[in-house]
Write a protein that binds this ligand. Sequence first.
Ligand code: ZN
Length: 169
Amino acid sequence: MSDSSTYRIPYIGLKNGIHTYEFEADESFFSKFEQSLLVKAKMNFEIQLEKLNTQMNLEIDLVGLVETMCDRCGGDLTSQIDGDFKVVIKFGDESSDLTDDLIVLGPSEHFVELDHLFFEFAHLCLPARNVHEEEADCNQKALEALREFGLKEKDIEIDPRWAALKNLK
Ligand SMILES: [Zn+2]
């Protein structure tokens, strides 16, 4: 696993039982991921880790405010998000991420790496449609410009002079 993680829990020597952790993440964390949809974000992750002999159970509780881009007007869109996620971590012969909710850690591991989980979970909590609820809340200037641009583009397509110019090439 990568050494560049920002969020990790050392578990070697951790006593069996329940341990709690809290982490905060903002856009500087999410911008490390190329696929991030978040422009601005402020998130809080509360983690409850239950350590047992052969596995650990993680419960991750996230709340946050995120700013994404509205699909209609391209403007900023702020949403409140929250979610609960459970991850089972088993101690095995070698490490593998089987799924988002089952991870196997080999004997050479020392940390539960959380970066990828935080990224995945934050994106799973995003609203399905990134648009301002009411069109009236959208950036009206941007909508107008888009509409105008849409019209012009259509004009170009149907203007025979443009078609003739294209044939000159
Ligand atoms: Zn909008």
